[in-house]
Design a protein around this ligand. Structure first.
Ligand code: SAM
Ligand code: SF4
Length: 474
């Protein structure tokens, strides 16, 4: 798939800043769309074409309740068309919370003397991963503070360690990373360990607001962070994740900037971000943020629906920062990945906890505390297909290749069957009998969503899983 780059005040060049604050505000201040215009934009998106900044601004500025409902309805339809019923599941694993930065919103910041600092030992990492595998997890995101101890070599080594842990039938098949920006060479080192996505959130794309929250440490350099994923791309990491931390600045600006960042990566590397995250700030130890830019639930859902329409092929992640009720609602409007069974305490997944749970030991508060088993059960009850699939990245369908495959037919041919195969493994190995019954029913119901040429082969593979074979995928 080729992209036609849009024309902006700041032209897109690799590893150069691309955010023009006035340009974004000009779009937001100028555009008051008519009903017909909003409907035409929704129709364009349903035709699976990515929206321009101007079109995104038009949806953001839509206030009429009925039209906002149309935007949400459009997002729902698009989500079903592009992603089917699948919801991909993962868990975060905090490796170390030493940090040299002082982000005003984060419990791990260096100035927070109350924070209990820990870097997991190799032994503790193995125990954590075993506990996660025992729950049925297959995809992890490893999280690190920004500290000289967490060098590219350290990140690569801990990634390999995680991949090496095989407990009973468990194994981790995809390790994503959320850590500090690196030099190109550093990204190369990490890439060689076989990571999936490298995720870095800009936090706020507004340079002045950014300055206010990032007073010291390397993270104070806005441009170094903004161009980080360009360096990752240069190093050969073509699955990258972007994000904004909502509550630091106006959400409308951040949403436009996320789309602008997507355009930038497409223009320079012919591949947009693999995922977009938009966490809302949660309570944290010594939190030091005013509520001036607090994002209400209503605006948050509207933002998710607009983002779904603006970037139809990009995965949208919603973490356990949000409550169960909000996550259930947001899933309908375009979320494609959620975490389950999340524990942010360092060492918190093991049965014998390294430390007692309290906010001084976690980065921020989690609001959906359900174990993975409960999340899977609820998804099944709501008719979703919980997926632990890691096939694309292991088959080399990443980056540009992944975009090529994200075309009509791909979901029916690969994603839905692979979701079923990984769910089947989960049902055989980890689910309670009553959940397994619900799971097999959902698999059966979703057979009509599979390309009919592959149904027989899929059924035979599902049978092989029932008989004990593992890790078969299309
Ligand atoms: N230290 C690295 C960094 O800052 O990019 C990576 C890990 S950091 C622990 C992961 C993300 O957590 C940050 O990028 C930020 O968006 C988010 N975060 C920090 N404080 C938060 C809070 N109070 N509520 C919600 N999310 C928060
Ligand atoms: Fe450190 Fe990351 Fe927290 Fe900032 S957000 S204080 S860099 S762990």
């Amino acid at each position: 798939m080729k992209f036609t780059p849009e024309k902006y005040h700041i032209p897109d060049e690799p590893m150069k800043s691309f955010i023009d604050v006035d340009e974004i505000w000009n779009y937001l201040n100028a555009i008051q769309p008519t009903k017909e215009r909003v409907e035409a934009i929704i129709a364009k998106s349903l035709d699976k074409q990515r929206l321009t900044l101007e079109e995104t601004a038009a949806l953001i500025n839509t206030k009429d309740i009925e039209l906002v409902e149309k935007i949400k309805e459009g997002a729902r339809t698009l989500k079903e068309r592009v992603y089917g019923n699948r919801i991909v599941l993962f868990a975060p694993l905090y490796i170390g919370n030493y940090c040299m930065n002082s982000c005003q919103y984060c419990g791990f910041r260096s100035s927070n003397k109350e924070a209990v600092r820990i870097t997991l030992s190799d032994d503790a990492i193995v125990k954590e991963v075993e506990a996660l595998e025992d729950d049925g997890q297959k995809r992890l995101i490893l999280v690190y503070g920004e500290h000289r101890n967490y060098s590219p070599e350290f990140i690569a080594r801990t990634t390999r360690l995680v991949y090496s842990v095989k407990h009973d039938k468990g194994e981790i098949r995809r390790v994503n990373i959320n850590a500090a920006p690196l030099e190109i060479e550093g990204f190369r080192t990490v890439a060689e360990a076989g990571i999936g996505t490298y995720q870095i959130f800009q936090e706020t794309y507004h340079p002045d607001a950014y300055k206010k929250y990032h007073l010291s440490g390397k993270k104070a350099d806005y441009s170094w962070r903004l161009t980080a994923l360009d360096r990752a791309q240069e190093a050969g990491i073509d699955d990258v994740g972007i994000g904004a931390l909502l509550g630091l600045y106006d959400w409308r600006f951040e949403l436009m900037a996320l789309v602008r960042h997507t355009n930038h990566l497409e223009a320079c590397y012919n591949v947009g971000p693999h995922t977009i995250s938009f966490p809302r700030i949660q309570d944290a130890s010594e939190l030091n943020i005013s509520d001036e830019y607090f994002v209400s639930d209503g605006d948050f859902i509207k933002l998710i629906a607009i983002l779904r329409l603006a970037v139809p092929y990009t995965g949208l992640i919603l973490t356990a920062r949000e409550s169960e009720a909000l996550r259930q609602e947001a899933i309908r409007y375009g979320i494609s990945q959620i975490d389950g069974g999340t524990n942010l305490e360092l060492g918190g997944y093991q049965e014998e906890k390294v430390v007692e749970q309290d906010l001084n030991k976690e980065q921020f508060q989690v609001n959906d505390n359900r174990p993975l088993s409960e999340i899977v059960e609820k998804l099944l009850e709501d008719g979703y297909l919980p997926s632990f699939c890691t096939a694309c990245y292991r088959r080399g369908r990443t980056g540009e290749h992944f975009m090529e495959f994200s075309v009509p037919g791909f979901i029916k041919r690969y994603c839905t069957p692979n979701a079923m195969l990984t769910l089947a493994e989960y049902l055989c190995d980890y689910a309670q009998p009553e959940v397994a019954v619900k799971g097999w029913e959902v698999i059966e119901k979703n057979m009509s969503q599979v390309d009919e040429r592959f149904v027989e082969e899929l059924k035979s593979r599902l049978q092989r899983i029932r008989e004990g074979e593992r890790d078969i995928y299309f």
